[in-house]
Design a protein around this ligand. Structure first.
Ligand SMILES: Nc1ncnc2c1ncn2[C@@H]1O[C@H](COP(=O)(O)OP(=O)(O)O)[C@@H](O)[C@H]1O
Ligand SMILES: [Mg+2]
Length: 405
């Protein structure tokens, strides 16, 4: 029966006199309460306040509230100051320092109470340290998330860029195939032209022998034949270059691939005023490698040197290639007096798809592929370079990497 229970409860409540209610509320409040006098000395505090500040009443009663002033500040929080108590309303984010020097972030409301000429301040606290910490964590997490997002965007952008480069690389590969086909197709008519020139020479011989036109005519036919031979050589080189296997290893003298590479770029060097100096030692060991791959490496070094020299804008330049024996290695030094590289470029030069050249000119694969090929035969490649002065690539290839184990 509910009525009976109420009756039973009442006498206990009645035992407490109404003026004591506020005392019970004060003592049992979950919120810390501090009472100050007019000089900001602590005159009373409840249990929750003891927990908040870490002092028991006997340690702090009679002391100034500013004993709780925090020595260090963080963020937007402020320290406890006399003027805060006269504001009347709620003051947020105030730091107080506990007995154990732990810092708490609190909100408090202060109330001036003046009775019979005695001034008191009643302070009601709310401890927000946990919430503040959570807020701070949230801000940090938010920042991390933002950074991750930016990183993601960047990676996405890079991915797109390398996708484009891959498409470009695919096109180049197709172009290579095409070039091999064209070389083959051109060879037939070229051989016909050469044949007809020879035939013409033979037909005309008896007719014009002794006539003054003889030299003119034979000179022309000879020229046609020799030009056709030159074209045939280019075509044959193009065909072997695109067809030759890049897998077969053989014992090669590095001078061979170097010369082949230089031959391919000869005209380009001449038209740009680039001179090539060679300094080959006699005792350089032959290396065990794929000569076509070596040629590709030197073609890339030579084109890079060409580009670097061209970027100087002087209209001329020089390349120096030297070889020497270093123990069981053949060393090739490939030097140009082009623009050189800064530290960032030097660090990234061997990365696939790294290029400082405009779209369509560089794919950033040359050095990365060279690095791969050289590593495969246990060789090494490194860069010495100075901005504005030039670059040297130093390549070392072992006599026979199978002996290196
Ligand atoms: N001889 C050089 N002088 C200056 N910079 C060079 C030289 N060789 C290579 N580099 C730098 O290294 C980058 C990567 O070279 P590479 O892998 O051959 O790619 P690509 O020539 O297509 O740019 C070049 O874009 C350039 O910035
Ligand atoms: Mg290159």
């Amino acid at each position: 029966m509910p009525k009976a229970r109420n009756l039973k409860a009442l006498p206990t409540l009645n035992a407490v006199r109404p003026e004591n209610f506020s005392e019970i509320a004060f003592e049992n409040s979950w919120d810390p309460i501090l009472i100050l006098d007019g000089e900001f000395k602590v005159v009373a505090m409840n249990g929750a306040a003891e927990e908040l500040v870490g002092f028991v009443r006997s340690e702090i009663l009679g002391d100034s509230i500013f004993r709780l002033k925090a020595t260090k500040h963080t963020g937007r929080s402020r320290s406890i100051e006399p003027e805060l108590f006269d504001l009347g309303g709620t003051v947020e984010d105030v730091l107080i320092e506990r007995k154990d020097h732990g810092v708490r972030v609190v909100d408090f409301s202060s109330r001036r109470v003046e009775k019979q000429g005695v001034l008191n301040y009643v302070l009601l606290f709310r401890d927000h340290t946990g919430r503040k910490q959570m807020e701070r964590d949230l801000i940090i997490k938010h920042q991390e998330l933002k950074a991750a997002y930016i990183e993601l965007e960047k990676k996405n952008h890079e991915l797109k860029a390398s996708q484009e480069t891959l498409i470009q690389a695919g096109k180049m590969a197709a172009l290579g195939e095409l070039a091999a086909g064209i070389a083959h197709e051109l060879n037939q008519p070229l051989m016909s032209i050469r044949g007809y020139a020879q035939e013409l020479e033979a037909i005309l011989k008896p007719v014009i022998t002794g006539l003054p036109v003889e030299t003119e005519v034979t000179l022309s036919t000879r020229e046609i034949i020799s030009q056709a031979d030159k074209m045939a050589k280019i075509i044959s080189h193009l065909r072997t270059f695109t067809r030759r296997s890049t897998e077969d290893m053989e014992v090669v003298d590095v001078r061979g691939p170097i010369e082949e590479a230089l031959k391919m770029l000869d005209r380009q060097f001449k038209s740009r005023g680039i001179t090539v100096e060679r300094d080959f030692a006699d005792d350089v060991p032959q290396v065990y490698a794929n000569s076509l791959q070596l040629e590709q490496i030197f073609i890339n070094l030579a084109t890079n040197a060409r580009d670097a020299i061209e970027q100087m804008g002087r209209g001329s330049g020089s390349i120096r290639i030297s070889t020497r024996k270093v123990g069981q290695f053949a060393e090739v030094r490939f030097t140009d007096d082009g623009v050189g590289m800064n530290d960032r470029t030097k660090q990234k030069a061997f990365n696939p798809f790294f290029t400082t050249k405009e779209v369509g000119k560089g794919m950033g694969l040359g050095l990365s592929l060279s690095y791969g090929m050289i590593s495969k035969v246990q060789g090494s490649i490194r860069i010495e370079s100075e901005v504005g002065r030039g670059t040297t690539f130093i390549i070392q290839l072992p006599r026979d990497f199978r002996e290196l184990g």
